[in-house]
Design a protein around this ligand. Sequence first.
Ligand SMILES: [Zn+2]
Length: 230
Amino acid sequence: MEEILKYQQLDSSLLKLERTLKSSEEKKIMNIAITNFKELQNKSLELEKLANSLAKEYETIKKEYDDCFKKLQSVTSLKSETLSEKELNDATKKVNEISAEFFIIERKLNQIVIKMKETLKDFENIKNNVIKARAKHKESKQKYEELEEKVQPEIEKTKKEMQSLESKIDKKLLERYKARKADNIFPVFVPIANNLCGACHMEQPKAKIDVLKKDGFIVCEHCGRIIYNS
Ligand SMILES: [Zn+2]
């Protein structure tokens, strides 16, 4: 029993050490930076899609513009002195129509240019944030590695001590310990305290107390821990 209690104590220190690493501020900052980075990556992909569709839209409108320009050219290439009054009127009407078309196309182009500028600005923002996230990640990773360098040898040392202790512990008792720990019951071994379970304080029946005195341990029906005679 003494060995398994020592084993449990080492295990407890091991858990604490591992928690030190897992829940360290550096690790948290590192994870936040990674999450930010992924979000930025997604946003960047969305922007890329937007930029592509804007470019296509621009192409379409540019084509409209070119067509319009050709129409205007064909009208303005007519020699006015050879035209009758009606033809001249028609040509003027046509020029006015094309001007109105130009006006609409120009407005569309302006809107696209504004959207493109906005997209570019968003890209710029994302780029800056990526740089920031990367710097933050690098800084916290460095600090985390420093912490790891300090804690990891202690973890290894504790694990080794536990391993060498295992051979001295009753096999069945160790199996029970490991099974309970896997079920997130920790500590597994608790002392009896005035006939109460040392963890959940459930009163242990008289018959079980007798078994405890005889065998050295009993199992608490309530919390599943192994109660030992202290
Ligand atoms: Zn209990």
